[in-house]
Design a protein around this ligand. Structure first.
Ligand code: PLP
Length: 391
């Protein structure tokens, strides 16, 4: 028996371990601290009332013999939820059918598991800085990875280039960690490139609910994307489902390589290794897409966006170079005085009692940058930015 040797090629992720260690040391030596945590990308507001109501109702159904549900008939999601999500796409002007939507337990699983259906000989293109799941899941399969540099020159929005031909292209917009968001023309350039290269785009739209009107929320708003893209979406940030676990992957009927339907392969993969999301959570997810659910969950997103606005205003006042914050819960900025990300992290922790995430943790191009999250409390966010502004 041999273990998968590719695991030896994974880089140790010291980022959150190191942050936790430094924060623990600080809190132990400062028991009466006023620490404000802006490092973690987890939501803090509770679930919307419509979601709670739907869960209570579904729980009651599970308590009665007549309405109890066991295994779901289809691991891809109950029709009521797939149709509700298709309805949401209609509202974006995108004609996705319920059968093209595959419900899962979150974008992380689906983005990670999709690589099962691709040959290991494919070359993968990921942005740098990057959400680490794209890199690690491909290292586990031994694929060659090339990087598209995101930096201040391109506003952390790399565009296709002749010198990085690839078969599998990851795009995350709005981006984690940088908060940068592609416009329609930029996404069209990626779609045209993918079609030309006969590549597939894996489009992570986990933060689509933060996108302001006028910018695309779905890759399928872009003509041609149905023939080259797979979209991964999540209710984690849209509706506070980080602990509930529900997301969906969209694969259009038109997406075929060598005459083989990609949706059919994904269905086969999921049917073999996944038994569906629990009924109560699917009913809760359905509630998110009702008019009341959209309103309530958008109120929570608006709360986080106001926090992001406070952060953006402060950075503008300070004259720091930044991206994100306007269509994203993340603000990404250049550390002052040419400090490295870790150096500035220590400064913020020790002098300002604020926890951020140093850009170094997301790739070489993250060096000297800092990510702050808007998922915290409004008063604490204001207080944190006042502290930073005081210099
Ligand atoms: N994709 C991106 C870009 C993320 O930042 C995250 C979570 O932070 C995920 C996917 C994971 O989402 P989920 O909670 O649906 O697994």
């Amino acid at each position: 028996m041999k273990l998968n040797g590719n695991f030896q090629n994974l880089e140790q992720s010291y980022l959150f371990v190191t942050i936790a260690k430094k924060v623990n040391e600080f809190t132990e030596s400062h028991p009466d601290n006023q620490l404000i945590r802006m490092g973690i990308g987890d939501v803090t507001l509770p679930l919307a009332p419509v979601v709670i109501e739907a869960m209570h109702k579904a729980t009651d159904e599970m308590a009665k013999k007549e309405t109890f549900r066991g295994y779901s008939p289809d691991s891809n999601g109950y029709p009521f939820l797939r149709e509700a999500i298709a309805g949401y796409y209609q509202s974006l002007g995108v004609d996705v059918e319920a059968e093209e939507i595959f419900v899962g337990d979150g974008a992380k699983s689906d983005v990670g598991n999709i690589v099962d259906i691709f040959d290991d000989a494919n070359t993968v293109l990921v942005p740098d800085p990057v959400y680490p799941v794209y890199v690690d899941t491909n290292i586990m399969s031994g694929r060659k990875i090339v990087y598209a540099d995101a930096n201040m020159e391109n506003g952390f929005l790399p565009m296709p280039k002749a010198d990085h031909p690839a078969d599998i292209i990851y795009i995350c917009s709005p981006n984690n960690p940088t908060g940068a968001v592609y416009n329609r023309e930029q996404l069209q350039a990626w779609v045209d490139y993918a079609l030309d290269q006969k590549a597939v785009i894996l489009f992570d739209s986990a933060y689509e609910s933060f996108v302001s009107p006028g910018l695309p929320r779905s890759i399928f708003e872009i003509p041609g994307a149905e023939k080259c893209a797979i979209e991964f979406c999540s209710l984690s940030k849209t509706a506070g489902f980080t602990g509930m676990r529900c997301g969906y992957t969209v694969i259009r009927k038109e997406l075929c390589f060598d005459g083989v339907s990609v949706a059919a392969l994904w269905q086969r993969r999921q049917g073999s290794k996944f038994n569906g999301v629990n009924y109560i959570t699917q009913r809760a997810a359905e509630a998110v897409f009702t008019p009341e659910g959209i309103k309530q969950t958008r109120d929570a997103v608006a709360y986080y966006k106001r926090n992001a606005g406070v952060m953006v205003d402060a950075l503008r006042e300070l004259g720091y170079w930044f991206t994100g914050g306007e269509n994203s819960p993340y603000v990404w900025f250049k550390c002052p005085d040419n400090m490295g990300g870790w150096e500035y992290f220590d400064y913020l922790l020790n002098e300002k009692q604020i926890v951020g995430t140093p850009g170094e943790g997301f790739g070489k191009n993250g060096a000297g940058c800092m990510r702050l999250s808007a998922f915290g409390d409004a008063e604490k966010t204001k207080e944190a930015m006042e502290r930073i502004k005081k210099g």
